[in-house]
Design a binder for this molecule. Structure first.
Ligand SMILES: *[C@@H]1O[C@H](CO)[C@@H](O)[C@H](O)[C@H]1NC(C)=O
Ligand SMILES: *[C@@H]1O[C@H](CO)[C@@H](O)[C@H](O)[C@H]1NC(C)=O
Ligand SMILES: *[C@@H]1O[C@H](CO)[C@@H](O)[C@H](O)[C@H]1NC(C)=O
Ligand SMILES: *[C@@H]1O[C@H](CO)[C@@H](O)[C@H](O)[C@H]1NC(C)=O
Ligand SMILES: *[C@@H]1O[C@H](CO)[C@@H](O)[C@H](O)[C@H]1NC(C)=O
Ligand SMILES: *[C@@H]1O[C@H](CO)[C@@H](O)[C@H](O)[C@H]1NC(C)=O
Length: 768
């Protein structure tokens, strides 16, 4: 890798041998089934944001903090809630959040008074309001403080006036031992085999000697670990009684052992007490010669009979087929399309992440999922379609060899060819980008990918700088299952609101609340295709929206069941908001619709990570090539779903906050739009409100996501607690090998599963 950014890359395979196996797989843009072997990458939404927002918002923010600096100095130690962990170093320390460890020899009950004081209530009115909330510490307690779920006392949330449970006394005799965590169905069980075809096990190697490993989890959670502010594990069916450390999660894929043994070296530079358990069953796997494309293909081939064949079946019928026959049910296939690009700084941690993703989703599921990279070739001057050696050279320079065979290349010039003709004027183009450019139209290559891959029914759009701390199969499977079970009644309305379980109560409470809020608003709820002025002529083609509602909605014997059991066409990981008057920067980046009518109604979900159905992507494809309709990347899928009457769902996955907000404030900030939702005026996606997300684990501007992830990986981080309001890079260096090894420490982190974004770097050597 150029510039040595590919930490420790060291595999050298002769170019000729690669070419001999790859030549035939590189094709022209059109022949569909060949493309899958070429790779691609993209720059996604958040990058765009940064460009445009940085010079409006960032300038504002810098000004803001420069101005507030003097004031903050005066309040040092009040606003900043410094926290003492192992060695208290600050003047006004609140050491209360520390779990007190009592090794077996000194077990004795220790009671300390809770002296928590939140001295920052009087933070200046020009400061972000959330500075008045204390940083939470419970995330950073380690594995020695593990307890069962029933003993768990979360640091957050606490009721008003409720005392801090800290310090809590935890006793331990030895480090707990992790066990394999298998979220896939029990493929050998009678329940499974009586319904579906048998699943053939898959292997990493051609000789079928190396089975696909399982990751390891700990049964229990770390004492004090906060609960998510938004979203819920249990609602989605994600385990909330287990936690993951870095060795259990990544050790089976090469973390924690060196190149000499076929590992990735990283992790050997961190605290590692008792980490060997994760290799006790399968040993340390040597990943030197794994070809992930080959492994996925072999796995699918041996399990082919399990899956819906698009050539013989009329696919896309969302209703489960009636099982009057004894024929085993066939399963639809899902592609994970990871967007990458020429110049992406691959690291050994990135490699680990995608080994894990492919192993857990594809190989351990007998081919239910298949992972692809869509590699964006930024230069339109490279003869990638004419000359296979050019394409190969670009892959050699930009993607680790083990992933070459799952890459599909694309370029913006190719999108101009696929979607030719004149696109009308845009209502607004704040980024001043090209209509075929990845910033404004990241969906175009995905639409084209779907058109070329009829074997898949669903497509997850995914990005390089996302991490799921947990097992990928559990995440994607549970999201799909939960979304399928959602009724379409008031679904758009529920999906525009953050779910704050400790404020809203159960999901049923939340649904009732949304219902009440809609009644109070006097506005009609949305069901089926939305009509708007200027639409009819454009839709005179062969898009027949009425077919997009399932029978459970059209025969109306029990409308509460409308859509229940129907696969979702769109699953997003942030609320789906009405972009009109929302203050979201790209709300009017709408192109090609009837310009004599008002801008069409639009919906949007920030961060392009989402699952799209084939029929949604094909509707987007047709809107694009036939009508020259398009919108900014994060707005087009949800808006097409709205116009066509597709099932769109926001899945409230767990999102954590780094500070102990009171829950009413969370609701005010994150559901501050119309009807107490994220839509319209007051939206949390208004660029003036986006600072609220900085301490969250899932937003393009989050600073907490990277901090938490790197602490979990075992690298010391500045804790972000400082005189300027707690920005990244400030504060005290915490965590890392010295602290985790110290006798007073509770050890390395063990976290409940969580989605993290953005992760811009991982190993300390990548910090430039
Ligand atoms: C710590 O902060 C509290 C509340 O702001 C204040 O009353 C107290 O005097 C401070 N203690 C020290 C030692 O600075
Ligand atoms: C921990 O790491 C050190 C250094 O890499 C290694 O020598 C030791 O064997 C490791 N311990 C375990 C339990 O893996
Ligand atoms: C499906 O949703 C209903 C209504 O919210 C709920 O009662 C039920 O438990 C859910 N079923 C599954 C399998 O999640
Ligand atoms: C949720 O609904 C139940 C049953 O209707 C009710 O008892 C409870 O108070 C509600 N909780 C909240 C937080 O609204
Ligand atoms: C209505 O649709 C549901 C779901 O498809 C089906 O189970 C039910 O039999 C239908 N009822 C009538 C009266 O057609
Ligand atoms: C409609 O379905 C819901 C959920 O299954 C059920 O609670 C309700 O009783 C049904 N209503 C009728 C009229 O069948």
């Amino acid at each position: 890798m150029e510039g040595g950014s590919f930490l420790g890359i060291r595999k050298s395979t002769s170019l000729t041998s690669i070419l001999s196996t790859r030549d035939e797989k590189l094709g022209l843009p059109l022949p569909a089934h060949q493309q899958q072997k070429i790779r691609v990458r993209t720059i996604l939404g958040h990058c765009l944001y940064r460009r445009v927002l940085l010079w409006s918002a960032a300038v504002l923010f810098f000004l803001f903090f420069a101005l507030s600096r003097s004031r903050t100095h005066l309040q040092h130690g009040r606003i900043m809630d410094m926290v003492d962990f192992a060695q208290g170093e600050t003047e006004n320390v609140s050491s209360l959040e520390v779990v007190e460890l009592v090794p077996p020899s000194e077990v004795q009950a220790k009671e300390k008074t809770d002296d928590e004081s939140d001295g920052s209530k009087d933070a200046g009115s020009h400061m972000p309001h959330w500075l008045r909330f204390r940083h939470l510490d419970g995330y950073f307690n380690g594995i020695k403080a593990m307890v069962s779920l029933s003993e768990h006392r979360p640091e957050f949330p606490r009721k008003k006036g409720e005392k801090s449970p800290f310090p809590l006394t935890v006793t331990y005799n030895s480090l707990p031992t992790p066990t394999p965590f298998v979220p896939q169905p029990d493929y050998k069980s009678p329940e499974y085999t009586s319904k579906y075809h048998a699943v053939e096990p898959c292997y990493l190697d051609k000789d079928e000697k190396v089975p696909v490993p399982d990751l390891y989890a700990y049964s229990g959670v770390v004492q004090g670990m906060p609960l998510p502010a938004m979203g819920s594990h249990s609602l989605l069916g994600l385990r909330d009684d287990i936690c993951f450390d870095r060795f259990g999660r990544y050790g089976p894929y090469g973390l924690g052992y060196g190149f000499g043994e076929g590992g990735v070296e990283v992790g050997t530079d961190t605290e590692n007490e008792s980490s060997q358990a994760v290799w006790s069953k399968g040993g340390k796997i040597n990943y030197d010669n794994v070809d992930w494309g080959d492994a996925q293909t072999r796995c699918f081939e041996s399990n082919k009979k399990r899956f819906v064949d698009p050539v013989t079946e009329d696919d896309q019928k969302p209703e489960p087929r009636s099982s009057t026959s004894n024929e085993p049910e066939k399963i639809a296939r899902t592609a994970i399309v990871v967007r990458t690009y020429v110049g992406f700084p691959w690291s050994q941690h990135t490699v680990l992440n995608f080994r894990a993703m492919i192993s857990e989703l594809s190989l351990r599921s007998g081919g239910e999922y298949t992972v692809h990279f869509l590699l964006h070739i930024r230069s339109n001057d490279e003869p990638i379609w004419a000359n296979p050696a050019t394409a190969q050279h670009i892959m050699d320079e930009n993607v680790p060899y083990e992933f070459h065979s799952i890459c599909t290349l694309w370029s913006e010039a190719q999108m101009r060819l696929i979607y030719p003709g004149r696109f009308g004027s845009s209502v607004a183009n704040p980024s001043n980008g090209d209509i075929h450019g990845v910033y404004r139209s990241a969906q175009m290559p995905l639409q084209n990918f779907a058109a070329n891959h009829p074997e898949y029914t669903h497509f997850w759009n995914w990005e390089m700088d996302m991490r799921w701390l947990g097992n990928y199969y559990e995440l994607f499977d549970r999201l799909a299952t939960w979304a399928r079970n959602q009724s379409r009644i008031e679904l758009w309305e529920r999906s525009q609101k953050y779910y704050i379980p400790n404020l809203h109560g159960s999901w049923e409470n939340f649904s009732n609340l949304v219902h009440q809020e809609m009644q109070d608003s006097g506005r009609k709820t949305i069901l089926g295709p939305v009509r708007f002025a200027g639409q009819t002529s454009a839709h005179a083609g062969n898009i027949i929206e009425e077919e997009n509602l399932p029978a459970s909605c059209t025969n109306s014997t029990n409308m509460s069941q409308c859509g229940v059991g129907e696969e979702a066409d769109l699953i997003t990981l942030n609320p789906i908001f009405d972009a009109e008057e929302s203050g979201w920067v790209f709300a009017s980046d709408v192109t090609g619709y009837d310009s004599s009518s008002p801008t069409p109604p639009r919906r949007c979900a920030i961060i392009t990570a989402s699952r799209l159905s084939r029929r949604l992507l094909m509707a987007m494809h047709e809107e694009t090539w036939k009508y020259h309709h398009t919108m900014f990347s994060e707005m087009f899928p949800a808006s097409v779903a709205l116009h066509h009457g597709f099932k769109a769902v926001y899945a409230p996955h767990p999102v954590y906050l780094d500070r102990g907000w009171d829950l009413e404030s969370v609701d005010e900030a994150f559901n501050g739009g119309r009807d107490h939702s994220t839509s319209r005026h007051g939206s949390p996606f208004d660029f003036q409100n986006e600072h609220n997300h900085k301490g969250s684990t899932w937003y393009f501007n989050s600073e907490f996501a990277g901090l938490l992830w790197r602490r979990w990986l075992g690298y010391a981080q500045m804790d972000g607690r400082g005189v300027n309001g707690g920005r990244s890079g400030e504060g005290t260096l915490r965590g890392g090998i010295v602290e985790e090894k110290s006798a007073a420490s509770s050890g390395r982190l063990c976290l409940k599963s969580v989605l993290l974004h953005p992760i811009k770097w991982e190993h300390p050597s990548e910090m430039w």
